[in-house]
Ligand binder design. Structure first.
Ligand SMILES: *[C@@H]1O[C@H](CO)[C@@H](O)[C@H](O)[C@H]1NC(C)=O
Ligand SMILES: *[C@@H]1O[C@H](CO)[C@@H](O)[C@H](O)[C@H]1NC(C)=O
Length: 321
């Protein structure tokens, strides 16, 4: 009889990668959890052999029924979805910063996932997409990296649940290779390409081809003993090397790196600029995955990750060329 993995966030990048991996793993069936079965992306998965069910991360009873019969559950929460939801502005306390509100909602969703997973007695593994505890790892320097701490606190909560004892592992996604490509990599009037970022142009920052490599990483975590904390990094690149590799792959002229201040990012991306900018600064100062000594890398589980050069070779950049 085949086993069942239940994938939350299946219409997103991480969940989609996990679903694709297990659809191609003999002996496994995939159930996808979505808020809306009628959406185009939900229908795409249904037509590709995924059993789609509706549930809401804010509603524990809907999660519990979605998780029935699961051997593995992949749990993921998304700060940006909460941030973009117009209702968040009206639901938050008037004096509250929107990012702090998103932290509260995302942490509660992470707890709901953990509690629901803990209610499935036959569950073998609950794998949660977490991030480093920024407050703790930075010794209190970065106190407003809400999109990180919400996931770190939810992981701590899952670890504390007796029902998940011996069943819990976590995985941390790096910065997506394509994150910068839409907004900050631009052609100049002289025909060269320049990139805007934050921090030193030479400090390594962890990137990865999350859409492709995250699923195989989750499968490797599922096959390993519990208690794993995998940092699913593809390649560490400084802004300068990022630009170098990209320009080389596209056969275009390299301009250079333009360091922008945190204030610049906060103005450019209202509400999110600090989360993004401080995430990079935190990463270069304290390590993206924080100071937890138990964190391992994909090679330690035998997973081969896509390099940026390989990613560039297989990606269509015509819209920014
Ligand atoms: C679900 O998706 C369909 C198709 O995009 C849309 O028409 C419908 O309004 C959505 N329902 C909800 C509750 O968002
Ligand atoms: C990055 O790639 C993923 C997966 O292909 C896609 O869903 C996402 O929209 C992309 N993001 C940007 C900023 O292009």
């Amino acid at each position: 009889m085949s086993k069942l993995i239940v994938v939350t966030g299946i219409t997103g990048v991480q969940g989609g990668s996990v679903a694709r991996t297990y659809l191609n793993t003999p002996g496994w069936k995939v159930r996808g959890v979505t808020r809306n079965k009628s959406s185009e992306r939900a229908k795409f998965w249904a037509s590709n052999g995924v059993e789609m069910v509706e549930a809401n991360l804010d509603d524990i009873s809907s999660l519990k029924s979605a998780f029935q019969g699961a051997n593995i559950i992949f749990g993921v929460t998304d700060f940006w979805t909460i941030f973009k939801d117009p209702e968040s502005m009206t639901k938050k306390k008037p004096s509250q910063d929107i990012t702090e509100y998103c932290f509260e909602v995302e942490l509660q969703q992470g707890k709901n996932l953990a509690d629901s997973a803990a209610s499935i007695p036959a569950l073998e593994r609950y794998i949660f997409s977490s991030m480093a505890n920024a407050i703790k790892s930075s010794y209190g320097k970065y106190r407003q990296l809400y999109h990180m701490d919400s996931k770190a606190f939810a992981a701590d909560y899952a670890k504390s649940l007796p029902g998940l004892n011996g069943k819990f592992s976590q995985i941390q996604a790096p910065i997506y290779f394509n994150l910068t490509l839409l907004t900050d990599l631009m052609k100049n009037t002289d025909g060269t390409y320049r990139i805007k970022g934050i921090g030193s142009g030479d400090a390594p920052i962890p990137f990865g081809h999350v859409a492709k490599d995250f699923g195989p990483c989750v499968r490797a975590v599922a096959n390993a003993e519990p208690g794993i904390n995998l940092f699913a990094v593809g390649e560490e690149l400084s802004w300068n090397r990022y630009l170098d590799t990209w320009c080389g792959s596209q056969g275009v002229l390299k301009g250079g790196y333009d360091e922008q201040s945190l204030d610049w990012w906060m103005e450019k991306l209202p509400g999110l600029g600090r989360e993004f900018g401080e995430n990079v600064l935190f990463s270069t100062e304290f390590g993206y995955a924080g100071n937890d000594p138990s964190v391992i890398r994909p090679s330690q589980l035998g997973v081969k990750m896509t390099t940026f050069r390989e990613y560039c070779a297989e990606t269509d950049f015509s819209r920014i060329l």
